[in-house]
Ligand binder design. Sequence first.
Ligand code: RNT
Ligand code: ZN
Length: 414
Amino acid sequence: MSGFFEAKQKYESLGVHVEKALDILSSKAISIHCWQGDDVRGFEQGGSALSGGIQATGNYPGKARNPEELMADFEKAISLIPGKKKINLHASYAVTGTAVVERDRLEPKHFAPWVAFAKKNRIGIDFNPTFFSHPRVKNNLTLSSPDDEVRNYWIRHGIASRRIAAYLAKETGDMVLHNIWIPDGFKDIPADRLGPRLRLKDSLDQIFEEKLEGIIDCVESKVFGIGLESYTVGSNEFYLSYAASHPGVYNLLDNGHYHPTEMVSDKIPSILVFFDKLPLHVTRAVRWDSDHVVLLDDELKEIAKEIVRNGALDKVLIGLDFFDASINRIAAWVIGTRNMQKALLFALLQPAEKMQTMQNEYRFTELLMLNEELKTYPFGAIWDEWCKREGVLQGEAWFKEVEQYEKEILSRRK
Ligand code: RNT
Ligand code: ZN
C-alpha cells in the first residue's frame, strides 16, 4: 500500500479534488530546455564557447557533442519525467551537417531533424534565436549595436528565427514560443543609456513586422550579466513597456533576472492583470543568475501557487532554464523538471478557495495556521501515485537508470 488512499482522504476532507488535480497536472506541458544537455554549446562547428554574460560552470564528463547524442540524452531524460513535455531549442542547435550556415541564413530545413524527433516523442517545440556565443556579437552588442552592419545581421537572424518557429508550429501542430533574449549591455557606466534602447526598439519592430501563424512572440529582460554589470539594454522596464505597447508580444519572466529580494511569484499576478499570456523561465539563482538546477524550494512553490490559484495554467507557459555542468546532465533535467511538476501538484492540492475566503474575511491567523499545516500533508503519496499512473519510476528509483546510462554511454564520450 502506497498510502495514496489515506492521503487522498486527508486532502478531500479539506475540499480538495485530488483526481481532478492529477488530471490537470497530466495536461500541463513543461518546456524542457535542450541546452542543459551540452552546457549551452550548440552544434556550430562542434559547439561554441559560451559568452554573453552567462556561464555554465563545471566539467562533468559525458556532455552531448552532436545532435544524435543530445537527442538520445534528452529521450533518456524524458523517459524518467512524468506528464506532458515540450523541447525548447536554440537556433545554435541547427542541424546543418558539414555545412557552415550563418545565423542570418538559417532555414526551416536545418530543424527538420528536430521536427522528426518531436513527432517521434510526441512533444511540442519552443524556439529561441541565439544572440550570443558568436563572432558577430561585437563588444557584447547585437540588436542595440551602433554599428549598422552588426545590428542588421542580428535583425536578419531574428527574422529567420521567427520563420523557423512558424515552420516548427506548422509541422508539430502546436504553438511555438519564440523568445528573444540578447546579452547587450556594458561593463562600466555608459555615456548613453537611451540610444541603445531606441535602437533595440527599432530592431524589435523590424523583427516582429512579419505576421506569422502558430507562434507566440516574447522578450526576456535581465538585470545584469557577468562582465556586463553596469547596464543592460533589455531591462525589465524596457521589455515590459515594449510588450504592453505591442499586442501579440509578451514579456517573459526569468526568475534569475531580478534583484535577490524581488520575487517572480509576486510579478505573475501583476502581469496576469494585463496580459493573456505569460511565459516563464524557471531557474534557480544562487547569489547571481547562476542557473542552478531548480529545487522544490519556497519560491518555486510560490510561483506554482500563483499560476494554479489564479486559474492561469493555460496562460502561463512554463519553460525551464538552468545549466549545471558540474553534475550528470540527464539527472539535472530529471530533477529540475520533476521539481517543477511537484510544485504544481503541491499548489493543485491546496484548498485555494477556502484560503482566499479566509483572506477576504480577515481570518489571517487561521490562514497562517492552514498554510503551515499543509506543508506536512501527505503530498509525497499523491506524487508517487501520479508517477505510477504516468508510467515513470517513483521516488529515487529513476536514478538507477541514469547511473546505468552513464556507465554504458556517457562514460565512453571523451
Ligand atoms: C540568459 C537568459 C537566456 C538564456 C538561454 C540560454 O540570462 O536567461 O534565457 O539562459 O536562452
Ligand atoms: Zn532565461
